[in-house]
Design a protein around this ligand. Structure first.
Ligand code: PXL
Length: 279
C-alpha cells in the first residue's frame, strides 16, 4: 500500500490525552507539520494527563490487538513506528508484536522508554515492566532515554553527583550493543543554567547538544522532542540535526510558556511555532 502514497506514515503508539499537551496530542500535529501522516494507535484514553489532580483514564490494552489487526488486513506499511508511555506488561508485548508484524528493512523504530525521572522509576513501573522495556529497546533503531531511564535499562546506579562524559559513553556503548543505532540521553542536568543532550551514534561518534535551562520541568517535553526527532530523521536529516532541531524547538516553546505564565502541567505551547517545522 505504501507505494501508492507519496507521503510518509508514522505509527504513533501512545496515549490519547485530551488536556495537557502530551503524547499523541503533541506528536500527531508535530509530525503533520513536517508533512508526515500520523497513524494513531492508542494505548489509553485520558481526559487529562496524570500530573493533574483528577483525570479520567480508560486503558485500551484489551482493544489494541483488534485495532491493530485492521492495519495488517489492509496491508498498511509504515515508514516509522514510535512508542511512548506504556502502562502494562501486556501492552509492551502488544507493541513488540506490532513491531514484528510491521518492521521491514525500509522503516525504523523509535522508542522513548518512558520509565522514570530524577533517579526514580514511576510508581506504575514494576521490575517486570523494566524487564519488558529492556526487550522493547532491542527492537529500536533510535531511543531517547533520560538519565534515569538509561541507568535503569542497564541496571546501573543513578549517579549521585554530575554524570561524566566517560560514564555516558560507556553506558551508551553498552546499550547500543543490544540494538539501538542512535541514542540521545535527554535532559541531563549540566550546570545551574544548562541542560545537555548526549548523542551516541553506534560505531561512529558522540556529540552534545546544550540548551538553556528555563524554568521548571514541563510535562510533554519528551513527547515534543521525540516527535521532532522522528519527523526530522524520517525526512532524511542526520540524527544530530534531528536532535538539535528538537532541542531548539522545545526551548523556544518553553520560553513562550514562561513568558506567558503557562502552568508547567499544561505542557509546551508548541502550536505557536509549528510553522517553523515546515520545510
Ligand atoms: O509524556 C508525558 C505523559 C504522557 N502520557 C501520560 C502522562 C504523561 C505525563 O505525565 O501522564 C498519560
Amino acid at each position: 500500500m505504501s507505494n501508492i502514497d507519496v507521503q510518509k506514515k508514522i505509527a504513533l503508539i501512545n496515549d490519547v490525552t485530551g488536556f495537557g499537551r502530551c503524547s499523541i496530542a503533541v506528536m500527531a500535529p508535530i509530525v503533520s507539520a513536517m508533512k508526515i501522516q500520523a497513524v494513531t494507535v492508542p494505548t489509553a484514553i485520558l481526559s487529562a494527563h496524570t500530573q493533574f489532580p483528577e483525570y479520567y483514564f480508560d486503558d485500551y490494552t484489551s482493544k489494541m490487538r483488534e485495532y491493530i489487526q485492521t492495519y495488517e488486513d489492509i496491508g498498511l506499511e509504515f515508514d516509522a513506528i514510535s512508542t511512548g508511555f506504556l502502562g502494562s506488561e501486556e501492552q509492551v508485548d502488544i507493541v513488540i508484536d506490532f513491531i514484528n508484524k510491521f518492521k521491514t528493512d525500509r522503516n525504523f523504530v523509535i522508542v522513548d522508554p518512558v520509565m522514570g525521572d530524577y533517579g526514580k522509576l514511576y510508581k506504575t513501573y514494576t521490575p517486570a515492566m523494566c524487564a519488558k522495556m529492556k526487550k522493547l529497546v532491542e527492537h529500536a533503531e533510535i531511543i531517547t532515554p533520560n538519565l534515569t531511564e538509561l541507568c535503569n535499562l542497564l541496571d546501573v546506579e543513578y549517579p549521585e553527583g554530575p554524570v561524566t562524559i566517560e560514564e555516558l559513553k560507556t553506558m551508551c556503548i553498552e546499550l547500543a550493543q543490544r540494538g539501538p543505532k542512535h541514542i540521545v540521553v535527554t535532559g541531563i542536568p549540566f550546570n545551574k543554567s544548562q541542560i545537555a543532550n548526549f548523542i551516541y551514534n553506534k560505531d561512529e561518534d558522540f556529540q552534545i547538544v546544550m540548551v538553556d535551562k528555563i524554568g521548571g520541568d514541563r510535562s510533554g517535553t519528551g513527547d515534543v522532542i521525540a516527535s521532532v526527532i522522528a519527523g526530522m530523521y524520517m525526512n532524511g536529516h542526520s540524527f544530530y540535526e534531528s536532535v538539535k532541531k528538537a532541542a531548539d524547538f522545545a526551548t523556544k516553546c518553553i520560553k513562550y510558556c514562561e513568558k506567558n505564565n503557562v502552568p508547567n502541567h499544561w505542557g509546551l505551547c508548541f502550536e505557536m511555532y509549528l510553522g517553523e517545522l515546515i520545510e
